[in-house]
Design a protein around this ligand. Sequence first.
Ligand code: PEP
Ligand code: MN
Length: 382
Amino acid sequence: MTALELDIAMRPRLRLAPPQMSRPSYIEQLLPLAKENVSMIVVMRSNATEEELNAVLTRIQEHGLKGRVTYGEERNIVGVIGAAIPPTLREEIERFPGVQEAVRITRPYKLAAREFHPQDTIVQVGDLMIGGGSFVVIAGPCAVESEDQIMKTALAVREAGAHMLRGGAFKPRSSPYTFRGLGEEGLRLLAQARAETGLPVVTEVMTPTDVELVARYADVLQIGARNMQNFQLLEEVGRSGKPVLLKRGMSATIEEWLLSAEYIIAQGNPNVILCERGIRTFETATRNTMDLNAVALAKRRSHLPVIADPSHGTGKWYLASPLALASLAAGADGVMIEVHPDPDRATSDGGQSLTCENFAALMPHMTALANVLGRRDARWRR
Ligand code: PEP
Ligand code: MN
């Protein structure tokens, strides 16, 4: 028996995944391949035979590459491991009987890549379905400042049609001498606003040790731009299993942003919402440059929902509305907008916050544009 025959003989019998096993998520099936830096995946047909799968594995090995089978309830997948994939291998393998398709995996992120998982991921938050052709509007103040402020804002944005409430309790501030948030008291006020309005809440968590606390109050955990590459924090929110809103770092490439999403998903948490919030460029007329390229490209490269934050993206309240509409037109699955009942007195980001009235004026335009684009409301039980 050759080494190859022995290898094949020793493999577990194919399509015999234990029947009691619950349907594995794509993460369970693909994580082992992602960890080995898979270069191509071969998706077998659901009715492929053991012989057909063995033929594929044999051919992969003949090319000096390693084939790793992962078993799914619906279909088995062969990951091709090895750097030197011949350019013609994909077409060659696709001609094999029993093969549904072969896909080259060209990106360093895997679980976050559309190559790996072509269907849109839909992140469910209460009654909201984020991604997959819907449109979500998240609104609220930069920081939770007081009961009066958060309740007024929550009621006003709900009235105007927002789906979710935002508000920072732990604020990452460039200066240590500015308002850094109410901490747990802010979380309690957000929970109170949710109870009053029914709006789920998203709020930032800044350190791994706070994840447990923030997750007790929040529906979605926000990772701020300044923490996009805090890898321990990413892993901790990954382990929490809560939906995560991952902001793009202000000088992060799209690839780095998606690799940060990969950290979260690799912990078994597929519920990641990407958020473009503007990047630093040479331009000084606006706080940041709203990178709508990134919105459209992230939608193409990844299956994750992508939302946009035109408040931080522009830094100017009068630019937030036009850029919110532009984000929707560029393919964003939603927007996050700062709204304050009295922006002139806001403790942070007043200059980029809409008044409740301006937010209410924006919403009919958003809805009209969403209708033109054939986008569903994120609230699926209306
Ligand atoms: C925020 O959402 O208030 C915030 C701090 O955003 P960013 O992390 O994008 O600066
Ligand atoms: Mn802010």
